[in-house]
Structure formats: C-alpha cells, structure tokens
Design a protein around this ligand. Structure first.
Ligand SMILES: Nc1nc2c(ncn2[C@@H]2O[C@H](COP(=O)(O)OP(=O)(O)OP(=O)(O)O)[C@@H](O)[C@H]2O)c(=O)[nH]1
Ligand SMILES: [Mg+2]
Length: 302
C-alpha cells in the first residue's frame, strides 16, 4: 500500500469527524470570516491545539490575501502546502551510519512501544539489516514474552534477561552482544512509565548513559512512542520525555484508532520534535515512515 493510502486508511476513523468536517469546509462557497472561524474550530476539534490552529489559520489568511484566492477549493491547496511545510522536518529521519546503530523506544504505559519495536525491527530486517531486539521492559515477565513472540515473527534475535533484572545492566550486555554478533541495528524496548514519575525518568536516563558508555555516541535515536488516541495529553508527555532525554523523534501509534489525528501537527509545531513514524494498525507491517505531503493530502483531500 502506498504511504498516502496508508495514511488515508489509518485516518479512516477521522472520516466521521475531523477529516470529514475539514473536507466539507473546502467545498464550494466564498471565503469569509465565517469560513476562517469554522476552520479554526474544526482544527481545534481535531486535536491540532488552540495555538497551532490559530497559527495555521493566520498563515492561510495571509496566503489567501497574497495570492488573491477567491475559491475555497483553491484555499484547500494552500492549506495542504502550509501543513506540509509545518510537518516536513520529520521526514527522512534516517539513522546515522553508525554500526551498530542504537534506537531506544520510550513512552507512557500502553502507548505502543513493544509493538512499535517489533514493527521497526521488521522494517529494518526487510532492508537487509541485521537487527537485534532488546527486551528492556524487565518489570513484567509478560512483556519479555510478548517481545519474544514478536521477534520470532520479525525473524530477528532477542536479547533478554530474567524478569526483575536491572534494565541498565541488560542494555550494557546488549551492546556487547550487538558488537559480538555484528548487528547493524539495535532496537531497545523499555518499560512504560508515567512522564511525571521522577525516579522512573531517572532510570531511563541511566539506561541512556550506560548505553553511551559502552558504545560512544549511542543511543543514536531516542523515539517517544505516543498513543494518538490520548489527545492533548500527548503534548505534555512529549514535553516531559524531551526534557529528560532529548528526543530525536516520535512514533505516533494508533493513528488508525482516533477520530482526530491532528495531534501530530500540534506536537510538531509546539515542541519541534519531528514525527518519524506513524503506527497504522496492530500488525507487524503497520508502520509507515512519516511523509509530510502525504499526511497533509490524506487530511485534506477526498
Ligand atoms: N490499532 C492499533 N493498535 C496498536 C498500534 N500500536 C500498538 N497497538 C496496540 O496497543 C496495545 C498496546 O501496545 P504495546 O506495544 O504492548 O504497548 P506498550 O507501550 O509496549 O505497553 P506497556 O509495555 O504496557 O507500557 C496493543 O494491544 C497493541 O496491539 C497501532 O498502531 N494501531
Ligand atoms: Mg511494552
């Protein structure tokens, strides 16, 4: 499936709400104050956030003025361009050429970390890379088993330890294993944690430092996995994790499960953390590298 179609399918639920309302706004009719007001309301209702919505509407108003656009249909193209420009910094967030390249997935409980780790492993393996998964959620036996099943499906090796063991020690060993096994990409799952829990955030920080001590420069990509259905709270999560770890990007999981989908624009605009991937379903292949233009078209075109 093409990226555009993947976004369209995953935004299908938004069809009954946000995307549909946006689409009908850009049908026939003149451009007047009511149009701008309704557009702002619609964007806010789609989780774009008040400030970001205002900004987008202002940019559109300016572009419409500059280009003397009269038709709503033409204004649609302008908004597609504005959203594309806002979102494009997340594209091509490819991994540096280090070997092994280390990716760490973090996030609150249940956001989609373990599933996304498996999806990423699958993606890199399909590119011919030798991938190593790390079962960094050592708190729950079930979490280790879950990743073990996924690693089997993705056809990649898994590094794990007994439930209850120290995740930093596990990651230290995993770096050794990655070097010994000549892995190209190491993908580390971590336990879910509330962004407001100081000790748990400190533990993540320790993992980060231990990885870097064993392998200078690593981790090369720290990705926050955010559940698209959590709405505005996702912005607060991104802010806290970014303060603790300096995030390189986001994985927006469960975009297929929300009637809104505008939260990505909000996070990108407010925090300038690029969206690297979008989760579009529960299966291993349901992960799409982010593409700004495709996303904007999926939001605004029928
Ligand atoms: N529809 C849909 N479901 C998803 C997606 N990603 C993950 N899920 C589901 O969300 C649930 C939680 O996913 P996990 O990967 O276990 O989440 P986690 O962040 O590892 O959870 P904890 O380890 O408990 O913190 C599972 O039922 C997944 O199948 C997605 O992109 N779309
Ligand atoms: Mg998990």
């Amino acid at each position: 499936m093409s990226l555009l179609n993947q976004f369209k399918t995953s935004l299908a639920r938004s069809k009954s709400g946000f995307v549909d309302r946006l689409g009908s706004l850009f049908g026939s009719g003149e451009i007047n104050d009511e149009f701008f007001e309704e557009l702002e309301e619609t964007l806010v209702s789609g989780d774009v956030g008040v400030q970001t919505s205002l900004k987008l509407v202002d940019q559109l108003r300016e572009a419409i003025g500059n280009q003397k656009v009269k038709e709503r249909e033409e204004a649609r193209k302008l908004l597609i361009q504005i959203i594309t420009d806002t979102m494009s910094s997340g594209e091509n967030s490819t991994l540096a050429d280090q070997k092994p390249a280390v990716i760490l997935l973090v996030g609150v409980n249940g956001s989609g970390k373990t599933t996304s780790a498996a999806k990423l492993a699958n993606l890199y393996r399909q590119q011919g890379k030798k991938v190593l998964l790390v079962a960094g959620d050592t708190f729950r036996a079930a979490a280790i088993e879950q990743l073990e099943i996924w690693s089997g499906r993705a056809g990649v090796d898994l590094i794990k330890q007994e439930p209850g063991s120290d995740p930093s020690a596990l990651f230290f060993d995993a770096m050794n294993a990655a070097k010994a096994r000549d892995a190209d990409v190491v993908i580390g799952d971590t336990a879910g944690r509330l962004h407001s829990k100081y000790n748990l955030m400190k533990e993540l920080n320790k993992i980060y430092r231990v990885v870097g001590r064993n392998l200078p420069g690593a981790p090369h990509q720290v990705l926050l996995v955010v559940d698209a259905t959590t709405g505005q709270n996702a912005v607060a999560q991104a802010r806290s994790f970014n303060e603790a770890l300096a995030l390189d990007g986001l994985i927006l999981a469960k975009l297929d499960g929300t009637a809104r989908g505008g939260i990505v624009i909000n996070i990108q605009d407010e925090l300038e953390i690029p969206v690297s991937y979008v989760g579009t379903g529960e299966k291993i292949e349901d992960l799409a590298p982010f593409n700004a233009a495709d996303f904007a078209h999926a939001l605004l075109e029928d």
